[in-house]
Design a protein around this ligand. Structure first.
Ligand code: ME8
Length: 644
């Protein structure tokens, strides 16, 4: 099958078109490693297609309407517009800082998008596919959709693990059920349409039973933050109906839909399979628009064996990893350590090990050894190669056959295998050095030409590696090329040709491309972090409001008669005096405490500590070693004042 595809790709004459999309992300959360994965993956695919010379277009953006966003804006105390501007800006800035080469960033609050949503809605309406009716069901605001009983796990939302609320409302409905037989047949006839296969099977499973009609509006009185329906302004468009259209509206707004739309490739994770696998194709069909080429569905990055969540406190932020390890190393890890379609477990140690083994050891060493020897034996200048011996030709073939193999792998979403095959060739080059022993050749002037050939072969291996890895590690690939003395533009075809490095080129051995990570130090710092971060549940503002924090002045402090570690404090709280027993004795001399103002929790139920009733608790900061410091106020404030 691979041979067949190779033949096909060779025989393609016209410049292929590639249009790839990420989901547009909800602006109720900040970018995390999951968002970064899909976006980096599409970036790598887009860069690879550009390298092949394809006419490439890459779209990403943010999903900004709906009840969930409206609620998030309320909680942040901002208008929905101000709030979405802020978070959408963070997504864009994150992608810029991660070197994401998107061609366009779309926001669903833009007028150009809203116009196209109206247009598509009107088409579906004119086609007789919209009806008005009442619907009742279990709704998840997090997913912004109704769930059927069958889709629930233990009666809860499978994505958010919460009990869903029953809702019933008068809405407009899209006659989705009508298109079920068509979609089923389409998926049966086109096994690659949704891939990998497990997700196609999942959608086919959904289509085996009635899918019902899709509620596509919300009453404007309840959800004002949305696009009003063109035929009834008392209702706004359901957020998924609005959001999915972004993939088309971005093109339509500048007239390129005829060019790119027929080639669209969507990339999503499994969480939003149903909207993309069922809602979207049926919507497109009704609106008379062509379907996507492929729906490419990847798995989830798991952290600590489960989903990341704010409440568990284990959300992994891409910019933190970029700052710590560099962006190229982070991108490399993301693409190398997840098999497309399957879940993967994020591990910082795994990331560091990947850097050390593949990037510092294999690639970095090849560069350092080659340029080191070139400096020593040839003043850093690229020599002219002589005739190739079989061992040289074997290494050449390992590289020049890679572009076609990688093309097939990338087309089949095997990004991890594609990277691994380049690294295999890099390892072969290291082995080649061990076998040809340039240092031994250098000892005898009679072997000068042979040494030239060996060094040149290593340089060519590095040049090809720099091209093949450039979509994944774009900056380091540039640095690598600069050290090789190469500049300017290059294409994938340049990695099929051997001998493109001009003899006489001056190389410039620089700093190591990927410094090794000190694994022992990393393990130690992670252990400390683990100890400090207790996973605490998220609280609502109402939970917080139940606690009463007040300023208290310490009047006197003395050692607890029956406990080594405790002090008994008398504090003044406005007009009131209280006794508080506190475990700060190790850090404070009782005589130095009188007169200090501290913050206490004033409405704790009193408890007896070693026989003395404590009527509150002093807040103290605690570091990783367990040292305590009672809160210091930087301005004199009356005792009894509330702290919020
Ligand atoms: O669903 N692992 O937006 P969203 C891998 N606005 N990828 C992950 C991930 C994880 N742990 N968590 C999230 C929405 N993702 C809608 C989309 S499209 C018309 C509308 C990535 O902010 C993955 O791409 O919840 C997933 O599909 C997407 O973020 C969901 O992003």
């Amino acid at each position: 099958m691979i041979e067949e595809q190779l033949e096909q790709s060779k025989s393609t004459q016209t410049k292929p078109i590639y249009y790839a999309t990420t989901p547009i992300f909800y602006v109720n959360a900040e970018p995390h490693i999951g968002h970064a994965y899909t976006t980096t993956l599409v970036d790598v695919a887009a860069r690879f297609h550009r390298l092949r010379g394809d006419d490439t277009y890459f779209l990403t953006g943010t999903d900004e309407h709906g009840e969930k966003i409206q609620k998030a804006a309320d909680a942040a105390g901002l208008t929905p517009q101000a709030y979405t501007d802020q978070v959408s800006g963070k997504f864009r800035a994150t992608w810029d800082s991660l070197d994401i080469s998107y061609d366009e960033f779309i926001r669903t609050t833009e007028e150009r998008h809203q116009e196209v949503v109206n247009d598509v809605l009107q088409r579906v309406y004119d086609n007789g596919d919209i009806i008005f009716g009442e619907y009742g069901g279990l709704y998840c605001v997090g997913c912004e959709r109704y769930y059927t009983e069958k889709e629930l796990v233990d009666g809860r939302c499978p994505q958010h693990d919460i009990v869903l609320e029953y809702r019933s409302e008068e809405n407009y409905f899209f006659r989705m059920e009508k298109y079920r037989p068509w979609l089923r047949e389409l998926l049966e006839d086109n096994p690659e349409l949704i891939r990998p296969e497990r997700y196609r099977n999942e959608v086919l499973g959904i289509l085996r039973e009635p899918i019902g009609d899709l509620s596509i509006s919300r009453p404007r009185a309840r959800v004002p933050w949305g696009i009003p329906l063109p035929w009834d302004e008392n209702h706004v468009t359901y957020v998924w109906f609005d959001a999915l259209i972004n993939y088309y509206s971005a093109l339509k707004s500048h007239g390129t839909e005829g060019h790119y739309w027929p080639h669209v490739e969507h990339f999503i994770a499994k969480d939003i399979l149903k909207p993309h696998g069922v809602f979207w194709p049926t919507m497109l069909k009704s609106a008379g628009l062509p379907l996507y080429q492929h729906l490419n569905v990847h798995g989830y990055w798991l952290v600590d064996g489960g989903k990341m969540s704010k409440s568990k406190g284990n959300v992994v932020r891409p910019l933190d990893l970029k700052d710590k390890y560099g962006n190229d190393a982070f991108r490399y890890y993301l693409l190398r350590d997840m098999s497309f379609g399957l879940d993967a477990s994020f591990s910082e140690v795994g990331l560091a090990e990947r850097i050390n083994s593949d990037l510092a050891n294999d690639l970095g060493n090849l560069l350092n050894r080659t340029l080191g020897m070139l400096g020593k034996y040839r003043q850093g200048r690229v020599p002219e190669a002589g005739d190739l011996e079989p061992i040289d030709a074997a290494l050449r073939d390992a590289f020049v056959t890679l572009p076609d193999r990688l093309t097939v792998m990338v087309d089949n979403l095997q990004f991890d295998r594609a990277i691994e095959s380049v690294l295999e060739a890099v390892r072969k080059a290291n082995k080649y050095i061990a076998e040809t022993q340039p240092w031994a050749l250098a000892k005898d002037e009679a072997n000068a030409k042979r040494l030239d050939t060996v060094l040149y072969t290593c340089l060519e291996a590095l040049r090809c590696a720099s091209i093949l890895l450039s979509p994944i590690i774009p900056n380091k690939a540039e640095e690598l090329r600069a050290q090789l003395g190469l500049g300017g533009a290059f294409t994938l075809d340049d990695a099929k040709a051997w001998g493109l490095t001009p003899a006489g080129t001056a190389t410039k051995l620089g700093a190591p491309l990927f410094p090794r990570v000190d694994l022992a130090a990393l393990n130690e710092s992670l252990e400390v972090k683990e100890a400090v971060i207790e996973h605490k549940p998220e609280v609502t503002i109402d939970d917080f409001a139940r606690l009463e924090f007040r300023v208290a002045e310490i009047l006197k402090a003395e050692a607890h008669p029956k406990a080594d570690k405790l002090l008994v404090l008398t504090v003044k709280l406005g007009g009131e005096e209280r006794t508080i027993v506190s475990g700060i004795k190790k850090w404070y001399d009782p005589s130095a405490l009188a007169g200090k103002k501290v913050i206490i929790v004033a409405n704790l139920k009193p408890v007896k500590l070693r026989g003395i009733e404590s009527q509150g608790m002093i807040l103290a900061a605690e570091d990783a070693e367990g040292n305590l410091s009672i809160s210091a106020l930087d301005r004199d404030i009356a005792s009894g004042s509330e702290v919020r």
